[in-house]
Design a protein around this ligand. Structure first.
Ligand code: PDD
Length: 354
């Protein structure tokens, strides 16, 4: 049992001593704040926690609340505290970005569009000739265990498979065992972003020619996102040599033309075929809305009636400005709002409670 003593500010009485007691449990740690003193409320890290009238003598410790569960990661067959989870320094994911990944949305603890994510994972693995680390049934079991151990309702699950670790050599090692890593964390998009929409900037697409493979080779995407952040924008739309938008740093790009047609780039090797994109295309068909899969230029996007982006972490999110130029009236468009609602309902129908 680990005990860290700390003095905390108490709102109405004198300073008391709180002890953070960590009890090891089979599935993580139970953290108890133990009180020695007699306050009516305690202030910890800026937040006040009201206390019931004392039910135990002041000299006896009592349980105040349970802190969030510690994070657990899955690494090659083991569930480890997140802080201590690691792969080998010669893992090819680390040295060559020789790895693929998936990010899966979780709602009410359930993976959304799991089959599409697994299908894309297999496609990426096959393209790089990396063996699947385990069967899909086993993968699903590990996914659920990671979600359960982290106590996640709404959030994301990250899954990465690398070719494994081997002495550094560019060519594939003869016998490497793929590494499998999984983490999960709480995450939900701020309602304000959905209501107000976001701005994007455009940047040259610096990536390789197989963007359809969901590889961890994400440096150009990270540079683009950082550029967007520095410019006060939410996302960067990458632009090919012909002046056409490929996709965002971590999302797919869409516009609505003045004629009301929904346009997005075809899912060839030039973009990642987003799982959200695939789901939304299905919904557009169901609703009888016109979709055209073709490239569109930055100029066309700036003159579009509406624009939006899609991804696992954003679902459908309105884009209200491009390089500072307002799209339409500078507010989320009506079709975009409808598509957001349709997609939210699609997620809810998979068992997630919104
Ligand atoms: N990224 N394009 C790129 C380059 C992406 O990285 C992503 C997702 C998408 C959208 O795909 P999906 O709808 O399957 O999330 C498109 C994830 C969220 C990420 O890397 O965090």
């Amino acid at each position: 049992m680990g005990v860290e003593g700390s003095e905390q500010e108490v709102s109405c009485r004198a300073v008391v001593q709180l002890r953070n007691v960590v009890l090891p449990r089979p599935h993580g740690e139970l953290r108890l704040w133990m009180l020695i003193g007699l306050p009516w409320a305690v202030k910890v890290a800026g937040s006040s926690f009201p206390l019931p009238p004392p039910i135990v003598p002041a000299s006896r410790p009592c349980v105040l609340f349970r802190s969030p569960m510690s994070r657990i990661a899955y690494v090659n067959g083991r569930y480890l505290p997140h802080k201590r989870a690691c792969v080998h320094i010669e893992d090819r994911g680390f040295q060559f970005a020789d790895a693929v990944y998936e990010v899966i949305a979780l709602r009410a603890g359930r993976p959304i569009d799991e089959e599409r994510h697994l299908a894309r994972l297999h496609r990426s693995l096959a393209a790089l000739e990396i063996a699947a680390p385990m069967s899909d049934a086993a993968l699903k079991t590990v996914m659920r265990e990671v979600i359960r151990r982290n106590g996640i309702a709404d959030g994301i699950l990250y899954l990465e498979v690398s070719r494994g670790s081997a002495p550094r050599d560019f060519a594939f090692p003869k016998r490497a065992k793929p590494s499998l890593v999984m983490t999960a964390r709480r995450q939900r998009l701020a309602a304000r972003l959905v209501e107000e929409g976001v701005g994007v900037i455009t940047v040259p697409d610096l990536r390789w020619a197989r963007r359809d493979i969901k590889s961890v080779s994400l440096l150009p995407n990270a540079l683009a996102k950082q550029q967007a952040k520095a410019a006060g924008a939410y996302e960067a739309w990458q632009v090919d040599r012909d002046g056409n938008v490929t996709e965002g740093a971590s999302s797919n790009a869409w516009i609505v033309t003045p004629d009301g047609e929904v346009v997005t780039r075809p899912a060839d090797t030039g973009i990642l075929n987003g799982v959200t994109r695939q789901g939304l295309i299905g919904l557009l068909g169901r609703e009888g809305l016109r979709l055209i899969e073709r490239p569109f230029s930055v100029t066309e996007a700036k003159a579009a009636r509406e624009a939006f982006l899609t991804s696992t972490t954003n679902f459908v999110l309105a884009v209200v400005s491009i390089d500072g130029t307002p799209v339409g009236n500078g507010h989320p468009g009506s079709l975009t709002r409808r598509l957001r609602q349709l997609y939210d309902a699609y997620v809810a129908a998979q068992g997630g409670v919104r």
